[in-house]
Design a protein around this ligand. Structure first.
Ligand SMILES: Nc1nc2c(ncn2[C@@H]2O[C@H](COP(=O)(O)OP(=O)(O)OP(=O)(O)O)[C@@H](O)[C@H]2O)c(=O)[nH]1
Ligand SMILES: [Zn+2]
Length: 337
């Protein structure tokens, strides 16, 4: 399956880089010469875009001044799109996003932000020890993935330090796929093949707290990227904040990984609780008897009876508990993690 960043002419309606072949429809954008690129990096007012197979640096047109343009966005580019040294193209439009990962405004950041566009998988990287896993953060990431209509994947690192079974027990009620990795004494990563398999052909955003081994993983997945590998601070258990801006990296066997060093957690106030009931189909039908506006985490919720009557199968109770945990995680703040 092609990744979302591969050009699909049926969707975009233009042939990137080839002029004069686009259909002349009446809602044709103003910039008829624009070529389509994919944003792979953003740094201080400059966007790095991939156009066909070459890299173009671009600025944002004045009329888009207020529009966030994020990694993964497909954009229309005009001006010098040669990508030659010293050239600068101009982004004149943003194509409609298929998905977007966002976070709500919170105490530390007053603006709701789109973090990454058009990705289809969210890999939540968690060390099994050093630093200790943070289940609340994982739950919040799961909710963010559901909200963004992205598939979650748990990547459990440092299996040399702790057994994954205990951690995974708390996810028994959720059908979240997971892979387990560990760095071997010779520096190779056990479990890397399984990670490759999960990432192949997908556009995957990697999130995780500092020090979990995310950079180590990215360097192994995309050799030659040289993501800075930090050291876990013995006192705080946190790694150094060594890398700063999100970047999309192409996998050799198809697909993309997007590393998001700045993203450690999600404010989730924007998330509609009804949006993730859909991820629990065997419970969703049971909500029909709920009182109007039921939060599904209250006394009169009909789901308790639904599960007790066996409608949700043998794992119904565990699933309901997981659903409620996610519902509650939405109400907390990232600071409580
Ligand atoms: N024991 C053990 N250590 C690991 C493993 N993977 C990574 N590490 C170490 O964990 C530390 C942090 O790894 P990084 O790859 O820098 O972690 P990160 O998540 O990218 O952290 P930041 O760069 O701070 O965002 C480094 O000292 C790594 O060598 C593993 O599987 N086992
Ligand atoms: Zn309910």
């Amino acid at each position: 399956m092609p990744g979302r960043y591969d050009y699909d002419e049926s969707k975009i309606g233009v042939r990137p880089g080839r002029r004069g072949t686009r259909p002349r429809t009446k809602d044709r954008p103003a910039h008829k010469d624009a070529v389509i690129g994919v944003v792979t990096g953003v740094d201080r007012g400059r966007w790095t875009c991939l156009v066909d197979d070459h890299v173009v640096t671009a600025m944002r047109a004045r009329e888009l001044r207020r529009s966030p343009i994020v990694v993964g966005d497909r954009v229309g580019l005009v001006g010098d799109t040669s990508g030659d040294e010293g050239t600068l193209a101009r982004i004149v439009r943003i194509e409609e996003r298929e998905t977007f990962l966002r976070r709500t405004a919170d105490d530390t950041d007053p603006v709701e932000r789109v973090l990454v566009a058009n990705a289809d998988q969210l890999a939540i990287v968690t060390a099994l020890a050093d630093p200790e896993p943070r289940p609340r953060m994982v739950d919040r990431c799961l909710v963010a993935a559901y909200d963004a209509e992205m598939d979650p994947l748990l990547v459990l690192t440092k299996a040399d330090l702790a057994d994954p079974d205990e951690f995974m027990q708390s996810y028994a009620g959720l059908d979240v796929p997971y892979v387990v990795t560990q760095v071997l004494p010779d520096g190779t990563i056990e479990g890397l093949d399984a990670v490759h398999e999960r990432l192949a052909g997908q556009t995957t955003v990697l999130v995780g707290h500092s020090g979990v081994g995310k950079s180590t993983l990215v360097n192994a997945l995309v050799p030659g990227t040289h993501r800075a590998v930090g050291h876990v601070n013995a006192v705080t258990g946190r790694g150094r904040h060594t890398s700063t801006s999100a970047v999309a990296l192409e996998l050799a066997d198809g697909g993309w990984v997007i590393d998001t060093p700045g993203v450690r957690s999600f404010g989730l106030a924007h998330v509609d609780p009804d949006s993730f009931i859909d991820h629990f189909p065997e419970l969703a039908a049971g909500t029909e008897n709920c009182p109007r506006g039921c939060s599904h985490d209250e006394e009169h919720c009909a789901l308790d009876a639904w599960v007790a009557q066996g409608h949700a199968g043998p794992s119904g109770a565990a699933r309901l508990e997981s659903l409620r945990r996610l519902l509650r995680s939405r109400l907390g703040t990232p600071e409580e993690e």
